[in-house]
Ligand binder design. Structure first.
Ligand SMILES: Cc1cc2nc3c(=O)[nH]c(=O)nc-3n(C[C@H](O)[C@H](O)[C@H](O)COP(=O)(O)OP(=O)(O)OC[C@H]3O[C@@H](n4cnc5c(N)ncnc54)[C@H](O)[C@@H]3O)c2cc1C
Length: 117
């Protein structure tokens, strides 16, 4: 079973931002999640600090590069279940693996719910 300090589920802007903080603070950080929906050719021009329009794909690639700079490990996999073991560690079962983490950050995004009217 793989072990890490921080397991982040979700590789979108929230997961990558969290990973940059934890890895920069010296914690072993693993992100599990695949390319988020925004990582396409969509033009984003309302993100703080960007005067130029950037595509979602470029934004996510820049976030991934910044996270990699601090040693974050990233992989595309899907978490199927999570439980806490006797040592109060989190154990995530994924399609490919089992990962034990001291702390867990959920950054799995949201689903839009269309009102039934
Ligand atoms: C088409 C489109 C255009 C957009 N345009 C803009 C824009 O111009 N400006 C703007 O501010 N916002 C825009 N948004 C909204 C923006 O994308 C979201 O606010 C942002 O992506 C939310 O980030 P997040 O990290 O919370 O979640 P997400 O980006 O949704 O990421 C969720 C992550 O969780 C992972 N995940 C979920 N379940 C599991 C699981 N069981 N196991 C492993 N991983 C899992 C997914 O693979 C993904 O990596 C747009 C969104 C879309 C879809």
């Amino acid at each position: 079973m793989e072990k890490t300090d921080i397991l982040i589920i979700g590789q979108g802007p929230a997961g990558l931002s969290a990973a940059i903080y934890t890895a920069r603070a010296g914690m072993r950080t693993l992100i599990v999640g695949c390319a988020p929906k925004v990582a396409g050719d969509y033009e984003i021009d309302n993100y703080f600090g960007f005067t130029e329009t950037i595509t979602g794909k470029d934004l996510i690639e820049r976030g991934r590069a910044q996270a990699a700079k601090f040693g974050v490990e990233m992989r595309c996999d899907r978490v199927l279940s999570i439980h806490q073991n006797g040592d109060q560690k989190f154990v995530a079962k994924t399609e490919e693996d089992e990962i034990e983490a001291t702390a867990l950050i959920l950054a799995t995004g949201v689903s839009r719910v269309r009102p039934g009217i």
